[in-house]
Design a protein. Structure first.
Length: 304
């Protein structure tokens, strides 16, 4: 764990491949503001989820399978590779592939079966955009002619894709990375928020004071109120249509069309147990307090 902490601390000194995908707005998990806050904060974030856990756990397995399929030697890098000109651009590659020609990079990925449509035919560069950005960035920093991407989809579908160097794309990415570092990280100017999670992360604490809305904010407030009203109408329509269909179905589970295609189902769920938290708190207060920790503070946004 200590090595993990040191690695995370070192990563604050440069933009990595997953960082750049977020800066470009192509990461499904992070935004440019997340990257900014990570690089400018003293905190060491060590967040993980099941996908990240299994991705890390299976990295060695995928690399070994690639080596077996391609009949080549694989080496794990000992440190990140830093750009020869820009010391704030770095690549944490998964493996080096030692070939008879020039060495190249291997990236190891995992994907759930629900993500299979994001991957094209094996042997192409038809991979998720965030990974394509990462590969192009690594190719530029490491000066390699190609990168192979080995992916295990759904735990049993093993595929290999190849990214061939594209100088125009790589130059654009290096420019984006440099601009982000110089104009945001170095100047301590956060990038624009792209969702409400960003706004909370940037402004987590309110201070009980008022601010007068500017004209453009008044326009957005009016638009939001109108959108909310439309949303309520749509929600009402959806509820009424569902009610009519369910009333027609009565106690039938499945609704089909004239061709026999299933168009709706209305089935009972498995009974679930309910934990009486209030009673537990009243009757076992000491035990309740022992296993209770304060939740992270939030801010509630209300339109008046």
């Amino acid at each position: 764990m200590e090595n993990k902490q040191e690695w995370l601390r070192e990563r604050k000194n440069y933009l990595g491949g997953t960082d750049l995908a977020a800066v470009c707005g192509l990461s499904p998990y992070r935004t440019a503001l997340d990257v900014y806050l990570d690089k400018t904060s003293e905190d060491i974030a060590c967040e993980t989820n099941s996908a990240m856990h299994w991705g890390t756990l299976l990295e060695d397995v995928i690399a070994e399978e690639y080596g077996r399929v391609r009949g080549c030697r694989i080496e794990k890098p000992s440190a990140p590779i830093i750009h020869s000109k820009y010391q704030f651009l770095g690549a944490n590659i998964d493996r080096w592939v030692i070939s008879t020609n020039s060495p190249y990079i291997l990236e190891c990925k995992t994907a759930g079966f629900t993500k299979v449509k994001e991957w094209g035919d094996s042997g192409t560069d038809q991979i998720p955009e965030s990974y394509l950005i990462q590969c192009a960035y690594y190719a530029s920093i490491c000066d390699v002619q190609k990168i192979d991407i080995a992916v295990l989809i759904g735990g049993q579908d093993f595929r290999i894709y190849t990214y061939e160097r594209t100088k125009e794309l790589e130059d654009k990415l290096i420019k984006i990375a440099c601009n982000f570092w110089h104009n945001h990280i170095e100047k301590m100017i956060p990038p624009k928020c792209v969702n409400t999670r960003d706004t909370f992360n940037l402004f987590p604490q309110s201070h009980n004071c008022e601010i007068v809305a500017e004209s453009n904010i008044m326009d957005k407030w009016e638009q939001l109120k109108a959108a909310r009203a439309e949303e309520s109408k749509i929600a009402y329509t959806i509820e009424q249509l569902k009610t009519d269909i369910q009333e027609f179905m009565r106690d039938y589970d499945v609704l089909i069309d004239n061709q026999g295609n299933v168009i709706a189902t209305w089935k009972n769920t498995t009974p679930r147990s309910f934990f009486d938290l209030k009673r537990f708190k009243d009757e076992a207060k000491d035990l309740y307090l022992k296993y209770t920790s304060p939740a992270k503070q939030s801010r509630v946004f209300l339109i008046k």
